[in-house]
Design a protein around this ligand. Structure first.
Ligand code: NAD
Ligand code: APR
Length: 235
């Protein structure tokens, strides 16, 4: 890959699976245990905010017990490689990419480590639990802080930046995502229209596997470091 190359990487829950964070749609995944309509939609939050806060409180607490794996570290190393443009887009709301050293990172579905005030719109780094009456540090009103996570039906973050990077990229690599949810599932189409080489690195073929020019299937902690080594050594 020439040093002048522009690279966009997309990751999904599968890259964090080997770090011990459940995926959504695999056997025994999160959506087989809880209905996404109850905990990942604005309607669910309006119906039962306590249930939603607790769902994300449990996932936020879980971050303390997990570590980035070799796939996260490989992407941080790739970012430091000799490329003109690099953007890592993640659908994940965990902080494993940051903890592995990634910096050029866009959390399109938000972050467990951030809370959003629906009264004043301020975002706050957040480590602890959220309840129905947690006051906002900025406007001091109680009961308006929600998880800073993009729910079904809401618009993802960073879309202008992501679409601009896709429209000029030479290489698009999709890692650990089932290709179920738009707009992320459509990124490969934008990259192909830009003439980019498109690669899927996933445990098994995703919904959109036929759209990719190259596909490697296996565990992210094995196939991602191997793929990155090839890019960095020109092999
Ligand atoms: P969508 O149509 O893009 O996705 C709906 C998805 O829900 C389907 O692709 C399917 O995978 C999933 N789904 C449907 N029935 C399900 C079930 N019973 N159990 C589990 N999953 C099920 O969603 P939308 O309502 O059009 O919203 C799209 C927007 O929501 C996008 O902006 C996307 O980024 C955002 N989003 C956020 C989250 C999140 O939890 N953070 C999840 C999905 C979508
Ligand atoms: N290595 C590589 N890929 C893996 C591994 C692994 N060890 N384990 C699982 N996978 C793959 C699965 O084969 C699957 O294709 O990761 C993918 C996980 O798919 P999903 O569970 O659907 O997760 P994701 O694609 O990230 O979901 C997208 O949906 O519910 C929303 O907001 C949520 O961001 C999420 C979005």
């Amino acid at each position: 890959m020439a040093p002048s190359a522009a690279i966009v990487i997309l990751t999904g829950a599968g890259i964090s699976a080997e770090s011990g964070i459940d995926t959504f749609r695999d056997e025994g995944g999160i959506w087989s245990k809880v209905n996404y309509r109850d905990v990942a939609t604005p309607q669910g939050f309006a119906r039962n905010a306590e249930l939603v806060q607790d769902f994300y409180n449990q996932r936020r607490r879980g971050l303390a017990g997990v570590e980035p794996n070799a796939a996260h570290f490989a992407l941080a190393e790739l970012e430091r490689g000799p490329f003109d443009d690099f953007l890592l887009v993640t659908q994940n709301i965990d902080d494993l990419h940051e903890r592995a050293g990634s910096r050029a990172l866009a959390h399109m579905h938000g972050e467990l480590g951030s809370a959003l005030c629906t009264n004043c719109g301020q975002r706050h780094r957040w480590r602890g639990d959220l309840s129905r009456t947690t006051p906002c540090p900025s406007c001091a009103t109680a009961g308006y802080l929600r998880p800073d996570v993009v729910w079904f039906g809401e618009m993802p973050y960073w879309m202008e930046r992501i679409e601009a990077a896709l429209a000029r990229c030479d290489l698009f690599v999709s890692i650990g995502t089932s290709g179920n949810v738009y707009p992320a599932a459509g990124f490969v189409d934008i990259a192909r229209a830009a003439g980019a080489h498109t690669v899927e690195l996933n445990l098994e073929p995703s919904q959109g596997v036929t759209l990719f020019a190259e596909r490697r299937h296996g565990r992210a902690s094995e196939i991602v470091p191997d793929y990155v080594r090839g890019l960095l050594t020109g092999r």
